[in-house]
Structure formats: C-alpha cells, structure tokens
Design a protein around this ligand. Structure first.
Ligand SMILES: [Zn+2]
Length: 158
C-alpha cells in the first residue's frame, strides 16, 4: 500500500498515536514553506487542491485511473518531457489525516512516527516523501525508502 493513499479503515487508537489538537492546516497558508522544502531538492511546481482525484481528472486522467487517488494526501508527477515535475497536496490537512498518517508509519515500524503528530511536522514529512519520489526517481514500490529518506531530511527543517 502507498502511504500517499490512506485507505486504512477506522480511527487510530491512542495506543498508536495521541491525537494532536491543532486545527486543520489550510495548506495555502503553508505554501511558502512547502515550496521552500521542495525547492531545496528539486524543481517542481506545487499544486494545492481539495481533491487529488478530481484534479487528476481535470488534467486528463479517467475516472478509473483517478480512483486510486481518492484518499490521497499527496502525489508526485515527474519525468514528463512536456510538463514540469509537480507535487500535488490535498488541502486542508485535517487532524484525522495526521493521525492516519502517523498510524500508517507506526504500523511500518518507523519509531519516529510520533514526531509527526504535530500537523506541521506531518506536512513536512509528506512534502519530503513526495520530493523523494521525484529526486530519486523512486516509484510506488519504494514507498518505505521515501518515508525513510523523508525522516532523515526532517531534522533539517526543525
Ligand atoms: Zn509515495
């Protein structure tokens, strides 16, 4: 499964991840941070949308092709000769999104998953994860590598 798509059912328990109490992150307010992080590693456009699946359809994907993007928080597109590399993020990033993201990484045995319980930290990791795909040309079979690389870079953005 792809950590970019959160299909885990149910809510994470407090055992895995204590809910953070911050408000949903309206990513438009964090565009500068997202662009700064991405720009440190790659040249990519940042697109903020309410639905990644709808956005994919708007750029020509079929409904079927976009169905896998329905629950995604982030997606990266790269390697096209005719289009700039792109990171697409769903806005806003809600507390449930953050909890689910933490849970996913806990289940993958990332010991630092709890560090992402703060929404801004979660956003940074999500952006770094998408950067990793583009920077290293890592496809969907390298999700764990993307997560690991993102954790390693995260300290630069404290
Ligand atoms: Zn990914």
């Amino acid at each position: 499964m792809d950590p970019c798509s959160f299909l885990i059912c149910g809510r994470p328990s407090a055992h895995f991840c204590v809910m953070s109490h911050d408000e949903p992150l309206v990513l438009e307010r964090y565009r500068k941070l997202v662009e700064e992080i991405a720009g440190r590693y790659i040249d990519a456009e940042v697109v903020l949308v309410p639905s990644i699946a709808e956005w994919m359809i708007s750029i020509g994907a079929s409904v079927q092709e976009a169905s896998g993007d329905r629950n995604r928080l982030g997606k990266s597109l790269w390697g096209s000769p005719s289009a700039r590399d792109t990171i697409v993020l769903r806005t806003p990033l809600t507390r449930d999104d953050v909890s689910t993201y933490c849970l996913y990484l806990e289940l993958r045995r990332f010991r630092r998953a709890h560090l992402l319980n703060q929404s801004v930290e979660c956003l940074k990791h999500l952006v770094l994860h998408e950067v990793a795909h583009i920077k290293h040309d890592w496809r969907q079979d390298r999700e764990k590598d993307c997560d690991r690389w993102a954790f390693n870079q995260l300290k630069r953005w404290a």
